[in-house]
Design a protein around this ligand. Structure first.
Ligand SMILES: Cc1ncc(COP(=O)(O)O)c(C=O)c1O
Length: 368
């Protein structure tokens, strides 16, 4: 009999629901004590000095970019990512410069980024895509060489590590999302981690209209606050992040083992010296070798009760909005990945037998 397997597990535990209800009962619905405590606990968990909660992962990126970008400054972004990686650069007055990605890790290709450096390059925004950490030392060396700021897009990478250190501990900005489907989820929410006091203070004020004193505004900002209800859920969920990650890593290992023998299925390659956070289990489907393309495989898995996904069906430079703004560009690797990528369920709600069912289903789809 067919099972019903979702692409993400977004149920809250009783403790998380109780934490939210406790705040609702208290009548303190706005940003307050819970947000402050969540910031302190999240910062401690990832090993950074400061953490600033906000209303989404997009808000986290926007705040980071707003804090240092000047009009027409350029930011190097990987083209194979979610829209916010690049659109928040535009919203902060800058220009995203689309870079290609590595064909195996799907992460920003520094050789391509290097070709795109100009006197206007102000920052680089590497994405730890699907939870696969970038080679942080290489990117830090690149940033130092060209004098650019790093905005890590860690929306998908809660709990990922690089050389034994949490990816949230690295300068200057590390931006997370708590959107449902992410490794940690509170409804809508985000957080920016930084070790830089000056940036931390700026972000702190910017998320509340640049208010440095009651009705006294020294910089421009927005209302990007998180509420205490979401923060209370986040505080509770932080306690089970490690156990959720443990299950994701077990599931990913089982998928990797099970899919290894299937011709035409190539999983995302892991960066050495890292621990992947497995927000997504991304594979490339070679239609010739596998026998059908990723869209057909998605459809066939759906018939077996397995929800898979396609993140992302096109590179950012291929998005109509950016084509209109910056014209047609070609980034062959991003385009190639977008035609072949499929995301299989790997989340913490899956049992060993669910994962075996997914592996068997992929095998059967090949023989369809
Ligand atoms: C890579 C990446 N960056 C940024 C975001 C934006 O996060 P949010 O949806 O919380 O605004 C997401 C969320 O999907 C993401 O996957």
């Amino acid at each position: 009999m067919n099972r019903k397997i979702n692409i993400a597990e977004i149920k809250l535990t009783e403790e998380e629901i109780e934490a939210a209800v406790r705040v609702l009962r208290s009548g303190s619905l706005r940003q307050g004590k819970e947000c402050a405590a969540f910031e302190e606990e999240f910062a401690k968990k990832v090993g950074t000095k400061y953490a600033i909660t906000c209303s989404s992962g997009s808000a986290a990126l926007h705040l980071a970019y707003m804090s240092f970008l000047e009009p027409c400054d350029e930011v190097l972004v990987p083209s194979f990512s979610f829209i916010a990686t690049a659109s928040m650069v535009c919203m902060a007055g800058g220009k995203p410069i689309f870079c290609d990605v590595d064909s195996e890790t799907f992460l920003i290709d520094l050789k391509d980024a290097e070709k795109k450096i100009t006197p206007r390059t102000k920052a680089i925004a590497p994405v730890h895509l699907f939870g696969n950490p970038c080679d942080i030392d290489q990117i830090k060396a690149f940033a130092k060489k060209y004098g650019v700021i790093i905005v890590w897009d860690a929306a998908q990478a809660h709990g990922a590590t690089y050389k034994g250190k949490d990816i949230g501990s690295f300068d200057e900005f590390v931006c997370y999302s708590f959107y449902p489907t992410k490794n940690m989820f509170v409804g809508e929410g985000g957080i920016v981690c930084t070790n830089n006091l000056e940036f931390a203070e700026k972000l702190h004020y910017m998320r509340t209209h640049g208010q440095t004193d009651k009705y006294y505004h020294t910089i421009l900002g927005l209302n990007y606050r998180m509420t205490d209800v979401e923060a209370a859920i986040g505080r509770e969920m932080l306690k089970r992040l490690d156990s959720m990650l443990h299950i994701r890593r077990r599931n990913a290992a089982l998928l990797t083992e099970g899919l290894a023998e299937i011709p035409g299925i190539t999983p995302q390659k892991l960066t050495p010296n890292t621990e992947h956070a497995w927000h997504q289990y991304g594979v490339l489907v070679d239609p010739e070798e596998f026998g059908c393309d990723k869209d057909t495989l998605l459809q066939r898995l759906q018939e077996k009760g397995i929800a898979s996904g396609i993140a992302y069906p096109r590179g950012l430079h291929q998005q109509p909005v950016f084509k209109k703004m910056y014209g047609k560009q070609q980034l062959p690797v991003s385009e190639h990945i977008a035609t072949r990528v499929l995301n299989l369920p790997v989340h913490h709600g899956l049992s060993v037998s669910d994962v075996e069912y997914i592996v068997d289903a992929v095998k059967e789809c090949r023989r369809y």
